[in-house]
Design a protein around this ligand. Structure first.
Ligand code: CTP
Ligand code: MG
Length: 229
């Protein structure tokens, strides 16, 4: 759909929306679960489309749901959406499929989970700063509140030192060439994009995350986020 000339702009947002939502346990992919009367995907799509720092969007849709995803973007008048591609068997493969749509002259790529609907301009602004200061990437993180235990067969083996541990959220932001290089390697066992960049020797900064960027996994999560709308 896009020209490939980079005319769509410097900052591309990829929405990973291709998961099946096994743990949510509904009759359709999680991206099309109903949140506040519209598909879950609508929330992050709408918010990123309105975000002044985002120039173009690619959606990795659940296989066979590309068409409903395009229709949703049209309904929302999300004019920054340049492509909806079919995702892959894993999150990393879905992101790779979306990344293939990003033109060579893009500067920054943001990767976001559709399962985290309440993305805001604030976190995107925070992520951009380190990219201008020599970092290859930036991710939002939250402190770990609970005491952490390593457990085997329901028995505690040890208490894990919490110092220096945080939990990672999305959106995650990267210099486009760095992310592309990171994705040219093996994607097996990868749970977030930053880990690929780290593995390739890239420097990834952390910025303040947002509890409202909670990832919807279970029906309870969906009900909770619904109350935050
Ligand atoms: N995702 C994706 N492609 C996949 C798997 C996951 O794009 N093959 C996306 C999901 O759509 C979601 C994000 O990655 O936005 C985080 O994944 P997760 O919360 O685990 O979603 P699902 O894999 O759909 O859920 P489940 O693990 O319960 O099946
Ligand atoms: Mg999953």
């Amino acid at each position: 759909m896009h020209s490939g000339s980079g005319a769509a702009g410097a900052t591309w947002a990829l929405i990973a929306a291709a998961g099946s939502g096994e743990r949510l346990g509904i009759d359709r992919p999680k991206a099309f679960a109903v949140l506040g009367g519209r598909p879950l995907l609508a929330e992050s799509l709408d918010r990123l489309d309105r975000c002044p720092l985002v120039d173009a969007i690619v959606v990795a849709a659940p296989p066979e749901w590309e068409e409903p995803s395009i229709l949703l973007a049209e309904e929302l008048a999300a004019s920054k959406v340049v492509a909806c591609v079919a995702g892959g068997a894993t999150r990393a493969e879905s992101v790779a499929a979306a990344l293939a749509e990003v033109p060579d002259d893009a500067l920054v790529v943001l990767v976001h989970d559709a399962a985290r609907p309440l993305v805001g301009d604030g976190v995107v602004e925070r992520l951009m700063a380190p990219l201008g200061e020599g970092f290859d990437g930036a991710i939002p993180v939250l402190p770990v509140a609970d005491t952490l235990k390593r457990v085997r067969d329901d028995v505690v083996e040890e208490t894990v030192d919490r110092a220096g541990l945080v939990s990672a959220q999305t959106p995650q932001a990267f210099l486009a060439p760095t992310l592309r290089r990171a994705f040219s390697g093996d994607l097996a066992g990868v749970t977030d994009c930053a880990s690929l960049v780290e593995r390739a020797g890239g420097r990834v900064a952390t910025v303040e995350g947002d509890p409202r960027l909670l990832k919807i996994t279970t029906p309870d999560d969906l009900a909770l986020v619904e109350t935050w709308l």
